[in-house]
Design a binder for this molecule. Sequence first.
Ligand code: SME
Length: 166
Amino acid sequence: MKEGINLATLDPIIVEQIDALLTGETNPVVVLSNASAILADAMPDTNWVGFYIFSQQTGTLDLAPFQGKVACMHIAPGSSVVGTAYSKGESLIVPNVHEFAGHIACDSASNSEVVVPVTVDGHIVGILDIDSPLLDRFSAAEQNVLKQFVAALAQHVDVAALNAVY
Ligand code: SME
């Protein structure tokens, strides 16, 4: 049997929850902070949940609100899992991070990972990144819910306010 066999599900109710919670909120740090908290709470067997936001100033994906251990602060587009998702503009499931060339191990406990681009007004502003200590933790069904969740939260992201921070 495959180690870390995937039995996880993610309740789609989180899509409605994030939309309701963020109604009227305009501070992007507040938005991303509570988005990472909802996901960390809703997804068992995860050890890092958070965002990397592209910074016009540094030209890198910079560490943004998260739940988890100290993490890499700047990731170059095109490198690692986060940078690859950003450059390709697509969500990725990495069943075994140790087999992904260029993977950055922020937490040595991480074994699998899922990333979802955050798109606002047709532009990718950053990446949602979730790590798990289990191998093959993330299913396509969960990835689909995460995409809906990110689309809902993106409705509450003010790009001008985001660029003022990043
Ligand atoms: N593993 C990621 C780096 C970020 S940490 O997981 C929080 C990557 O390879 O892009």
